[in-house]
Design a binder for this molecule. Structure first.
Ligand code: A2P
Length: 340
């Protein structure tokens, strides 16, 4: 009989945790048991896993002995405190927070791009990349390997689900309030997000970029194993519930035509090309990405301002490929190790 795994989902009541549970069930992950964990405030409540309801348990008092794989998505502070405890008890931790992503002894893995990196995990922790980096690299890694990307200019249009359940609720509540001539009463975001755009995600760094933008720089270099790639990001929060979009402009070492890039992307794992030069011939978060696994790429064209420039539009469900799906795909890679 093939092996089964005791799996813990930490942050099971959150926007990402609930989708981790759904995807584990959907993909038939070989789990002998799935344990839902969150903070004390939601302990005793229920979350769904396939057709079952799981009772949520309190992470702080949970004993991780016997857990084989732990998927963490409960914020950086929770990961810093509890992930080492799970790893010490023998679990492989797959962490969706940014707590360990830049540590040299923690692999940072996109399942289609650098799956081999999971093998070296001396701390028993594997990091799941930031959602914006994740979808961008599923599309750009094949181009980088063939043509050598020297520079990436990227503007992101990031949905509110990336900021968690409270942010989803805030967009819904504000939209309703404003349509009823009431005030927006911002709480999760610094200003009104409904019918607005916010050009700051995460805190500012000394260089004037935000931490979310710098994640695109740091994580791209680490995942592609190339510190020479220049990345110039602007990250913007938009009033979309699910699905991040990115306008990406790359400069390659060798010239790549739009037709060559399209052919390469059509064959790339995890990518779906939607690129017709007609109305509706491009992907959007609502019409293509939301609830889907693929990274959708459209608007592929040669940059008329640069001889080796290429432009494209990359859209994906930030909660699925950008977070929960990739974490489960890493869990599948870990499970495949013991199948030998
Ligand atoms: P809880 O529901 O108990 O607050 P989101 O990103 O959608 O806001 O979700 C965050 C997830 O992380 C939730 O499941 C939340 O659980 C969980 N979480 C937050 N802080 C802690 C903590 N200190 N210990 C355990 N789980 C936590």
């Amino acid at each position: 009989m093939s092996r089964t795994f005791k799996v813990a989902v930490v942050g099971a009541t959150g926007a990402v945790g609930e989708v981790m549970l759904a995807i584990l069930a959907e993909r038939g992950f070989p789990a002998s048991e799935v344990i839902a964990l969150a903070s004390e405030r939601s302990a005793g409540g229920e979350v769904s896993y396939g057709g079952d309801d799981l009772v949520v348990r309190d992470l702080a008092t949970f004993d991780p002995a016997g857990v084989d794989i732990a998927l963490f998505s409960a914020g950086g502070a929770t990961s810093l405190e509890h992930a080492p405890r799970f790893a010490a008890a023998g679990a492989v931790v797959i962490d969706n927070s940014s707590a360990f992503r830049r540590d040299d002894d923690v692999p940072l893995v996109v399942s289609e791009v650098n799956p081999e990196a999971i093998a070296h995990r001396p701390r028993g922790i594997i990091a799941n990349p930031n959602c914006s980096t994740m979808q961008m690299l599923v599309a750009l890694a094949p181009i980088h390997r063939r043509y050598g990307i020297e520079r990436i200019n990227v503007c992101t249009y990031q949905s509110v689900s990336g900021a968690g359940r409270a942010a989803l609720e805030e967009l819904g509540r504000q939209t309703g309030a404003l349509l009823n001539f009431q005030g927006p009463d911002p709480q999760r975001f610094p200003v009104q997000i409904a019918f607005n755009l916010i050009p700051q995600i995460d805190e500012f760094m000394d260089n004037g970029y935000t931490r979310e933008e710098m994640k695109l720089v740091w994580e791209t270099r680490k995942i592609l194993g190339d510190d020479g790639i220049q990345v110039n990001p602007t990250a913007v929060r938009v009033p979309v519930f699910y699905g991040h979009s990115e306008a990406v402009h790359i400069e390659t070492r060798d010239k790549v035509t739009a037709a060559e890039a399209r052919a390469l992307l059509e064959a790339a794992p995890g990518v779906e090309v939607v690129d017709e030069r007609v109305a509706g011939g491009w992907p959007t978060p609502v019409t293509h990405a939301s609830g889907k696994d693929a990274v959708f790429v459209g608007r592929i064209r040669e940059d008329l301002s640069h001889p080796r420039g290429l432009d494209m539009w990359i859209v994906s469900d930030n909660i699925r490929k950008g977070a929960a799906l990739n974490a489960v795909q890493i869990a599948e890679l870990v499970a495949a190790e013991s199948a030998g």
